[in-house]
Design a binder for this molecule. Structure first.
Ligand code: HEM
Length: 475
């Protein structure tokens, strides 16, 4: 490695900071380059006074080891819990037995209900220019909140109002990302003084508590009076909050549905998990379609040759229909391989260990997995790793190719993999079919498309598109 080579040089005192600053304007490409040139694992050294020392890896063998085969030695840890403070003691932010109980309870609730399909209603205007990422973020915000509480926050209505609850999530996300890149003493000091991102986070936390409490009290009241706690689409399943309020605590002694804070942690964690990830996945999907018109043609062909379920058909018919859309599934996977909505993941060893790549790790060090870089490694995906090729997901017999989760990490791997994966895929397919059947979407020319640095892979400048209602469906 040379001072101005492909990987950042480790300078005395400053560590690799100068190299990072020089690469900041093209951060994601640089991360890919660094891993490509360091045999998939890289030791990052921050300036000595910051204590930032991170082992980065995109080696599938290491990932399989940490996420699955030696899962019990790799946790999120106390530093993660501190940084993700607003998530309280929810599923995303806990380890050990408390996480296990969250996971079991959430899975049994997800499985017993018919949460796997959605009906959608999308805008009724005939022609307009919109910022698609903003629309999807709003749509997913309302959809996830509806799934949890049964109430509609109305953030996707035609006037696109500012919803304080949504803004609070954005502020929390920004502050958490800031905490990742700032020495601990500094963000702690800012929190203590009450300035910058920390000040915003405190205000946002207060909003989350207030709004959650309002909905929790209302839902408790409905459960107490045995009123209908079904969602407002008129579908006959309980909303998630109701299921958690009624949780059988004899099975889960660490979960406490009698406590509003427990239900707030549930709401905040599930909103955070479901909303942005699905919205940005949809945005990158439509951008990839605009760059690959032949792929769009093939999706149209698949939709046209597959019989749509009749209006009012049951949930099983809808699932069968969605499962038949194999090529669409391949395009979604390819889009999330190159643009994973959650671009990185972190782990810490509980006890010292040696990774399959030979790297020694001390307890509680930070191990960062770049999901973004993983999807682009030639060593993992072959020479055409950077090309958008949905066909790589299709088998010789026309089925969907299964790739192990430690290679296609967009939904995480092992016991902590995404609980909402099927729900998200079915929802995205439903939205895409609905849009492609009724609208023509054209990306406005001349926009700068780049990924924003953050917890979620948002498009930094959004995605401006023109939406045209197709003549055949004009009413
Ligand atoms: C395209 C959409 C989605 C993607 C790419 C995605 C991806 C992920 C990833 C990478 C994780 C691991 C995060 C971590 O370890 O901190 C995760 C966890 C999780 N996801 Fe998703 N997710 C999506 C949609 C959803 C939806 C719609 C829900 C439910 C409403 C959901 C619920 C969860 C939950 C509860 C966890 C925590 C699991 C645990 O720690 O045991 N996700 N997801």
């Amino acid at each position: 490695n040379k001072p101005f080579g492909r990987c950042p040089w480790n300078w005395p005192v400053l560590g690799m900071l100068p190299g990072v600053v020089m690469r900041l304007h093209r951060a994601y490409d640089s991360i890919v380059e660094v891993f490509e040139n360091s045999n998939l694992t890289f030791q990052f050294k921050g300036p000595w006074f910051t204590g930032i020392d991170i082992l980065g890896t995109v080696d599938p063998a290491n990932i399989n080891y940490m996420m699955s085969s030696n899962f019990s030695n790799y946790y999120k840890g106390p530093e993660f819990h501190e940084i993700f403070e607003s998530f309280g003691d929810g599923i995303i932010n806990t380890d050990y037995e408390l996480w296990r109980q969250w996971r079991k309870a959430s899975q049994s609730i997800f499985h017993q209900q018919s949460y796997q399909t959605f009906s959608t209603t999308i805008t009724k205007k005939e022609k307009m220019v919109v910022e698609l990422q903003d629309v999807f973020l709003r749509f997913m915000f309302d959809t996830t909140f509806m799934l949890i509480t049964g109430s509609d926050l109305g953030s996707v209505s035609i006037e696109l109002p500012e919803v304080e609850f949504a803004t609070a999530f954005d502020d929390v996300g920004e502050a958490i990302f800031y905490r990742h890149i700032t020495p601990r003493f500094l963000w702690k000091l800012q929190k203590w003084i009450g300035i910058g991102a920390e000040k915003k986070m405190m205000k946002a936390d207060a909003t989350l508590t207030r709004v959650c409490n309002k909905h929790i009290s209302a839902t408790r009241e409905e459960v107490r009076s045995q009123r209908n706690t079904h969602n407002s689409n008129g579908e006959d399943h309980e909303v998630l909050l109701t299921s958690f309020i009624k949780l059988d605590t004899t099975k889960y002694d660490l979960l406490n549905p009698g406590d509003n804070k427990f239900l707030q942690d549930f709401t905040v964690n599930f909103m955070a998990a479901g909303r942005d990830s699905t919205a940005v996945a949809l945005t990158w999907f439509f951008w990839n379609l605009s760059e690959n018109p032949n792929v769009l043609t093939k999706i149209h062909q698949e939709i046209n040759s597959t019989n749509l379920p009749r209006t009012g058909s049951d949930h099983q018919d809808t699932l069968l229909y969605l499962n038949k859309l194999v090529y669409l599934h391949a395009v979604l996977s390819e889009s999330m391989r190159l643009y994973p909505p959650i671009p990185f993941e972190r782990k810490s060893p509980i006890k010292p260990d040696v990774l399959p790549s030979g790297h020694k790790v001390e307890s509680n060090i930070n191990i960062m997995i770049s999901i973004y870089a993983m999807g682009r490694m030639k060593a993992v995906w072959g020479e055409d790793a950077r090309d958008f090729k949905p066909e790589r997901w299709i088998t010789e017999t026309g089925g969907l190719r299964h790739e192990p989760a430690y290679k296609f990490l967009s939904f995480n791997a092992g016991p902590r993999s995404c609980i909402g994966k099927n729900l998200a895929i079915n929802l995205m397919k439903t939205v895409i079919v609905e849009i492609l059947q009724n609208y023509e979407i054209k990306v406005v020319n001349g926009q700068k498309i780049e990924a924003e640095l953050g917890l979620i892979l948002r498009m930094k400048h959004g995605l401006q598109v023109t939406i045209n209602k197709k003549c055949s469906s004009l009413v």
